[in-house]
Design a protein around this ligand. Structure first.
Ligand code: FAD
Ligand code: SF4
Length: 554
């Protein structure tokens, strides 16, 4: 364990950020790492609890007390071995995870006193990259199975599934319709939260391990089917708005060429706001704006994409319009992380004012023990990094319990005003009469969450869906179609990177078992073969049980 009684002697030091007024003017990451000695001290605070609630809090079941202790003992190389035992991409979670592990840490019973788990995780993996300890780990030649898997979508779920499957000896092709891999970690989350060279480094590792990466290739006919079966409502043509590259691979071709298919296409259909004036120019989905900003940053600072970026509707090349916040009054509708990332970008573009609106009431300042007691994730107020920046720059404002009733234009088809009112405090959060007011807005970004995955490909694959339109797992990660599996947001709905990585890993386990079954059954009479398959255990759901990789003593 860490230092005996360390938590009584050493104060928690949270993750430091660069000064808001400095970072708001560039696109570099805003996290700063603490010096090694300070991190070792923070690791010493861990009590190595008999029941480590942090394990349960972490969707990956990370072996947290083990690597806290290894850091305290200055055994960084062993610490990365432990970390990689449960997490393929700790540099993503170390930068981007909201850290449910810290909320569940036993020290968090005293609010804001948890071990700084996320910071230690990030320091371990960043040091491992610097020291050259992270290398490609292709399977040994005698482990090659000769079987092949197509993974559709290269977000954290698809990348984790591809890496696990390749390391198990299967041939893996990773299909990605965007011009570069990484999913939302590449084109949703801004560079100031994660620089894209960090994502690309892992993509390169995958390729060096033998994963065939096909960027700029969309699987399926491209029909989004957003209002189709599965009951998912949506109005925009997301595939069109996000920019689909020219090349396509049909579902039939995939089924013919591969022994198994993994759906990891994310949950990309945005929730719309069908109020009068929605059709005005200047009202956009948040993701369209974020994609454009991330592409712009990639163009300016790199890394270059694998294939040329597709022409983006809304860009000057396609229809003479660019979604820009520069010099404008910007209103972001939606108080979550996507909204915060819009605020951060709008600020860096030089918006005149930025207002972020939320329909729900403002959460309490402290953990409400009657509603979300420890070790649950506390529903409490958190000032986002972006709103902090915008407020310090004197252009940001955040408001809760606000219903948007309509948009009105400037007479030339462009949005000019938002009509809002105080919202009732309970569903359906209707507008309270007599509280109406207006806000100036030349750019409105809709960041109200996502209603589900694009339905077209799922229909073409013929998989069953749950009532929300997500891929239904009839057994964990296993769809209703033989040989087709699903992981990440496409299966569980829009969620977190840590869940996507976990799902990719667990899904790969199910695919591997399925393929082992196919190998075992080859040449068997059909009824015997089916019996063997039916006996396979159902696999894991939720945090996995781990076998410690055996860190040497000393
Ligand atoms: C703006 C924003 C910010 C976020 N910030 C955070 C954060 O800070 N921390 C956090 O933990 N989570 C965050 N999230 C959530 C997180 O990014 C997602 O939960 C996670 O990326 C889901 O991973 P995934 O692999 O399931 O899907 P995605 O990351 O959505 O990847 C799916 C991939 O599939 C590709 N694809 C789709 N259809 C096809 C097709 N037919 N053919 C080929 N390719 C296809 C897409 O282009 C995409 O690359 C954020 C989400 C958004 C929208
Ligand atoms: S719950 Fe907190 S103190 Fe206990 S083992 Fe986990 S990180 Fe350490």
């Amino acid at each position: 364990m860490g230092k005996l009684g360390g938590f009584l002697q050493i104060e928690r030091h949270g993750i430091p950020y660069r000064n808001a007024s400095e970072r708001a003017h560039d696109y570099r990451e805003f996290l700063i790492e603490r010096p090694t000695e300070e991190l070792r001290e923070q690791g010493a605070r861990c009590m190595d609890c008999g029941v480590p609630f942090c394990h349960n809090g972490c969707p990956l079941g990370n072996l947290i007390p083990d690597w806290n202790d290894l850091v305290y003992r200055d055994r960084w190389r062993d610490a990365i071995t432990q970390l990689h035992a449960t997490n393929n991409f700790p540099e993503l979670t170390g930068r981007l995870c909201p850290a449910p592990c810290e909320a569940a840490c036993v020290l968090e019973i005293r609010e804001n006193d948890a071990v700084t788990i996320k910071q230690i995780e990030l320091a371990i993996v960043d040091r491992a990259w610097q020291e050259g300890w992270i290398e490609p780990r292709p399977p040994r030649a005698d482990r090659e199975t000769g079987q092949s898997v197509a993974v559709i979508g290269s977000g954290p779920a698809g990348m984790a599934a591809a890496q696990q499957l390749r390391r198990s000896g299967h041939r893996v092709t990773l299909y990605e319709r965007d011009e570069a891999a990484g999913g939302l970690a590449r084109f949703g989350v801004p560079d100031f939260k994660i620089e894209k060279a960090v994502v690309q480094r892992r993509v390169d590792q995958l390729v060096a391990e033998g994963v065939e990466l096909r960027c700029g290739v969309e699987v399926g006919s491209g029909a989004t089917g957003m209002t189709g079966a599965g009951g998912v409502a949506g109005t925009a043509d997301v595939a069109g708005e996000l920019g689909v590259a020219g090349e396509r691979v049909s579902v039939a071709e995939l089924k013919d060429k591969f022994d198994a298919i993994v759906i990891a296409t994310g949950s990309r259909v945005p929730r719309d706001l069908p109020v009068p004036g929605r059709e005005l120019d200047g009202v956009h989905f948040a993701m369209d704006y974020l994609y454009q900003r991330n592409r712009w940053v990639a163009q300016e600072f790199g890394p270059a994409p694998s294939v040329p970026a597709p022409p983006v509707p809304g860009s000057p090349e396609v229809d003479g319009v660019q979604i820009t916040a520069a010099g404008r009054d910007v209103v972001v509708i939606g108080g979550g992380d996507t909204g915060a990332d819009c605020v951060g970008n709008a600020l860096r573009e030089g918006a005149r004012s930025i207002v972020q609106l939320e329909l729900l009431p403002e959460p309490p300042a402290h953990r409400p023990d009657d509603r979300t007691p420890w070790p649950e994730w506390p529903l409490k107020y958190r000032l986002s990094y972006a709103m902090q920046e915008a407020q310090e720059e004197g252009v940001g404002e955040q408001d809760y319990s606000i219903a948007t009733t309509s948009f009105s234009g400037d007479g030339d088809g462009r949005v000019a005003k938002l009509h809002i009112a105080q919202a009732e405090s309970a569903p359906p959060f209707g507008a309270v009469a007599g509280t109406e007011r207006e806000l100036p807005a030349q750019l409105v970004l809709l960041a109200m969450g996502f209603v589900g995955p694009e339905q077209g490909l799922l229909d073409e694959l013929g998989v069953e869906k749950d009532p929300r339109g997500n891929v239904k797992a009839v057994k964990p990660y296993t769809t209703s179609v033989d040989g087709v599996f699903a992981a990440g947001d496409a299966r569980r709905g829009q969620s977190l990177i840590v869940w996507a990585i976990n799902e990719g890993r667990q899904c790969a386990r199910m695919v591997d078992r399925y393929l082992a079954g196919v190998r075992d059954r080859a040449g068997m009479p059909e009824d015997e073969a089916l019996a063997g398959h039916a006996d396979a255990d159902e696999g894991p759901e939720g945090p996995p049980q781990h076998v410690t990789p055996g860190v040497p003593a000393g």
